[in-house]
Structures are given as structure tokens and as C-alpha cells.
Design a protein around this ligand. Structure first.
Ligand code: HEM
Length: 505
């Protein structure tokens, strides 16, 4: 059942009586003048209809009318939307301690995920432990330096595959190619295998699975706005998500069980991958590996890494193909620093300021997690003279901040040069540009994502003489429409045609 029909049915059947009473009391708790301003709510459903199919755009438009901090009532849930860097800094840095937990979408209860999942559990000893495990086994500079050969290998495989497509005269689906590379990179780091087998459909199936997860989590869900509906899951979101989760958990369960079996063999040589490291770590403490915790951790890491990284790469390539003069400029930089056709290495990145500027500019215009992940006020918090009430959901509209005309000249144009003489980076200290969020819940995968993005984009550009759009598409008509989930994907896949170096052809 779709969102609108569900809402109508629901309106008629349940809410008229029960929640009229609730709101008549709840409305009195905060004087309307202390809540941030916002559009008038309709009875029962509040402002749900204002969200539309592209909530990041609808809420940006509303912020132009009501200001950088506004409040909405989404069914039962008071929601505060922040659309300026100054207010975002208040929430993510100054008052981080009050906003560091999240409102948890009902869908995340599927397969008990909310109980184990690092992005959703509250700040606690368990959350710190998970962040520590990730930082020490995946994201620390020395770990990333030590396994950069893995990334170079996977990116070289990407280039070889694109070369094959050229020789066969086929165009390349950039998002899918980047997804497969990121998936294999993650699975090599965690399990020492490539999950996306070149001879099978695994990568495509997995991509559909991950997109299914992002889409379901990102969908407005009546059960979130009217908690009385949680039990019946009226839109089927939790049920569908459970199905996706089960498939992924089943896959991880098989990988872990096989590994535990192989380790029993005398000939087993331990690897340095994340799974062996976790098992060794448990053995040192004479504990068994907690299967559920480990499977849910892998589920988070694989779904958080693949869609975001490949989606950003796809947006970056799309912007370059729409702006051929910027593409020429980065080609020239790569040629000068590395040499045309030569492999890009992570050690080159620091000397490629224009390439880095392109990635930042892509994040500014296309933050793939447009509202970050929702935060929740732990207590009543005063922000900019308003009260954000305890329990309110807080959304930071990174998409609106990236296009704020008070911060950015010509905000809708793709102009990487704006970052060349600027100190602004994406590390969470500059609230004008927060694609990875900020404060203690900032994305832990940031260092890996940045290395992957620079490496993949630099390699795709430098390994070919040029890139063109597929037949019949010109830069001016390239479809840049967005598809909203918890991540913001390109609605139409970018299909591009590489032109091979003559000496490689
Ligand atoms: C372009 C790539 C990526 C983007 C734009 C991105 C963005 C984000 C954002 C906006 C958040 C929420 C931060 C907040 O609430 O302030 C987040 C959280 C998270 N990300 Fe990423 N991410 C990316 C890549 C990755 C990768 C590669 C991984 C892991 C391999 C990862 C794992 C996570 C996890 C586990 C969290 C939850 C952290 C917590 O709540 O403590 N992300 N990410």
C-alpha cells in the first residue's frame, strides 16, 4: 500500500479520536513561540504532506520561509529541521552531548538490528566499543596505509574492466562499476574474498539489496509518525527490510561459520583481515565470537560503505561530464603530476588539489546522506532562543547548507575552484560542508571513503584519453534528477563512454 492511501485509511480509522486528545494536551506543554517557527500543522497528520517525494528540497523551500531552524509536526513526532551552518554547529558541536543519540526508525527494529547497530544504538559502552573496533581494525591511518595495496588492486581491476568494455564497444554504468569496486574492497578487507564475482550477478543483486535497505530506511513511514501503528507495520517497511537484512546476515553467517571451521585445521594460516583479527581478539580474551554482534556490525559496514561511496563517485563523474572544461582541468593536473595513463596511487592525492576540490564540490552539491542520520534531543535544549523539546527528532539538512546562497557564490553551479584557496574540508570542523556529519557521531568511515573516492575518480580519469556521454546525450541535457532514500542517488544511472589511450588500445 502506498504512503498516501495508507495515510488516508489510517486517518479515517484510528486517529480522529485517540490523538485529538493527545495533541490538545501536548500542544500546551510548549508555548508555540518557544518552538522554532514552522508551517501550521493540519489536525492529526501535522505537516506530513509537506514532505513530498523529495523531502530535502521541500524542507529547503520551507526554511526559506521560516528560517534556518524550523519545527514541524510529523504525525506524532515533533521534528526540528536545521538548514544553516551556524545552527548545525550548535547542534553537532556546541550541544553535541544533548543531540548525540538518534530517533530510531521503526524499520530498524527488523531482525533486532536496533539492538546491535552502531549507527543507531545510543552513545554507551557498547557503542564506544564498536567505534573502537572499527577504528583500530579498519580506519586508523596505519591500517589504511598497510592495506592500500588492496585498494590499488581493486581499482586496477576496475580500470581493466572498463578497458574491456571499451574494446567490446560497450558504454560503462559508472555507479555500478564503482559499487562493485567498493563492495569487493570491503569484502577483501573484512573476509579476504571478492563478494562481487566477475562471472556472476552478485554485485548487481547486492546493489539492489543495499539500495533496497537505503530506500526502505529513508522512506517516510507512518509507523514512525504514529507509534500506535508500530505493531501493524502498515506500509510493510519493517517486513521488507527484515527480508533484506536476513539475506545479508545469512551471507555473513556463512562466511563466518566457514572461517571458524577452516581455523580448526592445522594448516590454517591466519590472515590479517578484519574477521581473523576479531576472532583472534576474542581468543586472546578466551571468549567466543558473538555471532549476532559481528553479523550486524558487518551489515552496517557493508551497507554504509558501498552505496554512499559509489553514489558520490557517480555524481562526481556526472558533474565532470556536464562541465567538460572542469574535466580538462583535472586531466591536465593528473597528466602533470602523474603522467597520462599511469596508475594513480594514494600517495599522489596530496599533490592533486584540483581532484580533491572536485570531490569536495561534489559533496557540497550532492551530499549522499542529505539529512545526515536523525538526531534526538535528550532534554529540552535552547537553540537560537527557541526550545528544541526533549524527544524531538532533529534533522540537519546538509543539502540545504551546501546550497545556501549566504555561504556560497553561485551555489547551484559546479565550481571546484572555489575550494582551491579555501581551508574548508569535510572533516567535520567546517559546518558549511558536512557530508559526513559532525561531533562524536561523525561518520567513522570518512578516511576510507576519501581515499577510495580520490583513487577511483583519479584513476578513471587518468587511465583514458577522455570520457564522453553515451550517444544522444549532451552535457546540457544530462539527467541529474535525484532519487530520495536515506541516501540520495542519481535517479538515472550515469552511462559514459571512455576513450582509450591509443598506446593501450
Ligand atoms: C561517501 C561516503 C560516505 C558518506 C557521505 C557517509 C556519511 C555518513 C553520515 C552523514 C553519517 C551520520 C553522521 C552524523 O550523524 O553526524 C554516517 C555515519 C556512519 N557511517 Fe558513513 N558515510 C560514508 C562512508 C562510510 C563508510 C565507507 C563506512 C564504513 C565502512 C561508513 C560507516 C558509517 C557508520 C558505521 C556510521 C554510524 C556512526 C555512528 O552513529 O556512530 N560510512 N556516515
Amino acid at each position: 500500500m502506498d504512503f498516501l492511501s495508507c495515510m488516508v485509511l489510517f486517518l479515517v480509522v484510528i486517529w480522529i479520536s485517540v490523538h485529538a486528545i493527545y495533541y490538545s494536551f501536548a500542544g500546551r506543554r510548549y508555548s508555540p513561540t518557544r518552538l522554532p517557527p514552522g508551517p501550521n500543522p493540519l489536525p492529526f497528520i501535522g505537516n506530513l504532506l509537506e514532505l513530498g517525494s523529495k523531502p530535502h528540497i521541500s524542507l529547503t523551500n520551507l526554511s526559506q520561509r521560516h528560517g534556518p531552524i524550523l519545527s514541524l509536526r510529523l504525525g506524532h513526532v515533533t521534528t526540528v529541521v536545521v538548514s544553516s551552518s551556524i545552527v548545525a554547529k550548535e547542534v553537532l558541536r556546541t550541544r553535541d552531548q544533548f543531540f548525540c543519540n538518534r530517533t530510531i526508525p521503526d524499520a530498524i527494529q527488523a531482525c533486532d538490528h536496533a539492538k546491535y547497530s552502531m549507527p543507531w544504538i545510543p552513545v554507551s559502552a557498547a557503542w564506544r566499543n564498536l567505534r573502537k573496533i572499527c577504528n583500530s581494525h579498519l580506519f586508523a591511518t596505519k591500517v589504511l596505509d598497510a592495506n592500500q595495496a588492496n585498494r590499488h588492486l581493486k581499482v586496477q581491476e576496475l580500470i581493466s574492466e572498463v578497458n574491456e568494455s571499451v574494446l567490446k564497444g560497450e558504454a560503462v554504468d559508472i555507479g555500478s562499476a564503482a559499487f562493485k569496486t567498493t563492495l569487493n574492497l570491503m569484502s577483501r578487507t573484512v573476509f579476504s574474498v571478492d563478494l562481487a564475482d566477475p562471472n556472476s550477478e552478485t554485485a548487481r543483486e547486492y546493489k539492489e539489496l543495499v539500495w533496497g535497505i537505503m530506500e526502505e530506511i529513508g522512506k517516510p513511514n507512518l509507523a514512525d509518525y504514529f507509534p500506535v501503528l508500530k505493531k501493524i507495520d502498515p506500509m510493510g517497511i519493517r517486513r521488507r527490510l527484515a527480508n533484506h537484512f536476513q539475506k545479508m546476515i545469512g551471507l555473513f553467517d556463512r562466511m563466518i561459520t566457514q572461517r571458524l571451521e577452516s581455523r580448526k585445521s592445522r594448516d590454517y594460516v591466519t590472515t590479517k583481515d578484519m574477521l581473523d583479527t576479531l576472532i583472534n581478539f576474542c581468543e586472546e580474551k578466551s571468549e567466543d565470537l558473538n555471532m549476532a554482534e559481528t553479523e550486524h556490525l558487518f551489515l552496517d559496514l557493508f551497507s554504509a560503505a558501498t552505496d554512499t561511496t559509489s553514489g558520490t563517485l557517480e555524481w562526481a563523474m556526472a558533474e565532470l561530464l556536464r562541465n567538460p572544461e572542469k574535466l580538462s582541468q583535472v586531466q591536465a593536473e593528473l597528466k602533470q603530476i602523474i603522467g597520462k595513463g599511469k596508475p594513480v596511487e594514494e600517495s599522489h592525492i596530496a599533490r592533486l588539489p584540483y581532484l580533491q576540490a572536485i570531490i569536495k564540490e561534489t559533496f557540497r552539491l550532492h551530499p549522499v546522506v542529505p539529512f545526515l542520520l536523525p538526531r534526538k534531543a535528550e532534554v529540552d535544549v535552547e537553540i537560537c532562543g527557541y526550545i528544541v523539546p526533549k524527544g524531538a527528532q532533529v534533522l540537519i539538512n546538509a543539502w540545504a547548507i551546501g546550497r545556501d546562497p549566504n555561504i556560497w557564490d553561485d551555489p547551484n553551479s559546479f565550481m571546484p575552484e572555489r575550494f582551491l584557496d579555501s581551508e574548508i574540508d569535510v572533516l567535520g570542523g567546517n559546518f558549511e560542508l558536512i557530508p559526513f556529519g559532525g561531533g562524536r557521531r561523525i561518520c567513522p568511515g570518512l578516511p576510507l571513503a576519501m581515499r577510495m573516492l580520490n583513487l577511483m575518480l583519479g584513476s578513471l580519469i587518468n587511465s583514458f584519453d577522455d570520457w564522453k556521454l553515451e550517444d544522444g546525450v549532451v552535457p546540457e541535457t544530462l539527467n541529474m534528477e535525484e532519487k530520495f532514500g536515506i541516501t540520495l542517488a542519481k535517479a538515472q544511472p550515469l552511462i559514459a563512454v571512455p576513450v582509450l589511450h591509443k598506446n593501450l588500445a
